[in-house]
Design a protein around this ligand. Structure first.
Ligand SMILES: [Zn+2]
Length: 165
């Protein structure tokens, strides 16, 4: 029996209609282009998939108990590019916001907008191919050309940007 067979398979479906009160102010402060999902564990989150060809998405996950909101850019899973759950979170393009200072609504709108823009700006190598997230042994992340080993360029991920080394 595979070791992971006991894990619940998490799935998510697009979700419209009534939204529980603690989540309502979050949805009011993110852009309409985000789609609300509910996963099989009942958690609500939001995903923006750019209409332009891009392997990135922007996602908003909230925890109403710790009153924190995570706004992240993800690289979508190559084998399941439309999945709102699979993929790799890009650490430098992720931020956590606490819902306890008076400005969190404005901060959320700004962060969600930044994540959307970054998801639309598909990182490309100088050779024209896509850049793909690679995790290094120290768990840091870089972008590497998807044409490796034909092209071995790598790029450093900066705050909402990247630069070739
Ligand atoms: Zn390249």
């Amino acid at each position: 029996m595979p070791a992971n067979s006991a894990l619940e398979e998490i799935t998510a479906a697009k979700h419209v209609g009534f939204i529980p009160h603690p989540m309502r102010p979050i949805e009011c402060n993110i852009q309409n282009a985000f789609t609300r999902y509910r996963d099989s564990a009942g958690r609500i989150f939001w995903v923006y998939l750019p209409h332009k060809p891009s392997t990135l998405s922007a996602r908003v996950h909230a925890d109403t108990i710790s009153r924190s909101i995570e706004v992240s850019v993800y690289e979508q899973d190559a084998r399941d590019p439309a999945s709102p759950i699979k993929g790799v979170s890009i650490n430098r393009w992720s931020s956590i916001l606490i819902m306890d200072d008076g400005e969190w609504e404005k901060g959320l709108a700004e962060l969600a907008g930044l994540a959307m823009k970054q998801a639309e700006k598909q990182p490309r190598c100088l050779c024209g191919s896509l850049l793909s997230i690679q995790e290094l042994s120290d768990r840091s992340q870089i972008f590497a050309c998807s044409q490796f080993p034909k092209c071995s360029r790598i790029a450093t991920i900066k705050d909402y940007g990247y630069s070739f080394q």
